[in-house]
Design a protein around this ligand. Sequence first.
Ligand code: NAD
Ligand code: WQD
Length: 340
Amino acid sequence: MKILVTGGLGYIGSHTCVELAKNGHTVVIVDNLSNSKLETLDRLTEITGARMAFYRVDVTDYRATAEIFAAHTIEGVMHFAGLKAVGESVEQPLAYYYNNVLGTITIAKLCLEYGVNKFVFSSSATVYGDQASPLYEDMALGQTTNPYGETKAMSERILTDVTKANPRFAVSLLRYFNPVGAHESGLIGEDPNGIPNNLMPYVTRVAKGLLPCLRVFGNDYDTPDGTGVRDYIHVVDLALGHVAAFENLQPGVSIFNLGTGKGTSVLELVHAFTAENGVAVPYEIAPRRVGDVATCFADASRAARDLGWRAKRGIREMVRDAWRFESATKGTKGTFPFVR
Ligand code: NAD
Ligand code: WQD
């Protein structure tokens, strides 16, 4: 099928483009390059052997996006395009509501206008708020604690209402847990600008010597070693989850957790990184980070039952592939100053 992938040059979108191509789909990418590089398109060609159609367009721009729908017979959409930094969303709420909510509305509107009934949406475990793990899809949406999370909850509600009004519309809301790792080729991976907020890219940059020391945010949580527990999922498993969700789309809304169902603490991840890669990661214990919960992991059984999908790669593969990508990456990341 011909699938429009919004945000297809970003971290998760690019890995999904690879798996879609491997499964015989034709990919059309739209990305405004606000958090990605055109070079990734060449990397996708290197990995898949296929040159994917690419449009540098902002998906909040209805007219420009409509031209893509007019030029291609799009049969389904995967909507990844969005801003994703939690802290930034608190400082710039309008940018997040505008980009993420208007982007979802624009893409959904064009789907209806062009008769595209298959829609896969990048949601997040953040929509559960601080409810206790394991988190189940049937739980009510939780109290989101930041504008980013609110844009995901709002987009979920918007897409749910659109399917109620358009019974042939098939939407899959995919709630990701903590995506990490990289493609095994080392050619694509997570490459955030500036100082990373998320744990794994921070760890890889400390390991590479680009940052001096990891700050472990709290060791007094009610967890086995006191540090925060999360459900890390290899980005290639996540990408495969998208292919499975797309190929099993049913009219109406379906919701799937994409996680492993297994929690790993900050220190477990750091120790696994060092053991697997033989590289030290200096760390210090720092105060808790505002807004963090102690534990967050999925009940992943619905995706296994309904999609026949489950994550196969473990923490060792995650830390190995993250490090392979970081070791191979050259570029601007080393130019920012050390912070303590
Ligand atoms: P990313 O920033 O690497 O990718 C997003 C891509 O969308 C980027 O290439 C960016 O340039 C593009 N983009 C942003 N706004 C756009 C717009 N208006 N028009 C066109 N392109 C636009 O992020 P990612 O980690 O790959 O995340 C993909 C999606 O998954 C996002 O919606 C994100 O909120 C969601 N998500 C991510 C995580 C995570 O931890 N990475 C977790 C849960 C959900
Ligand atoms: C993981 C653990 C930290 C950095 C965020 C978003 C969520 C989703 C995924 C988009 C926590 C600890 C981190 C560091 C640390 N994104 N940590 N030192 O917060 O679970 O989820 O990304 O939807 O919405 O909130 O991920 O990688 O930031 O943190 O100790 O320098 O690592 O406290 O326990 P988080 P994370």
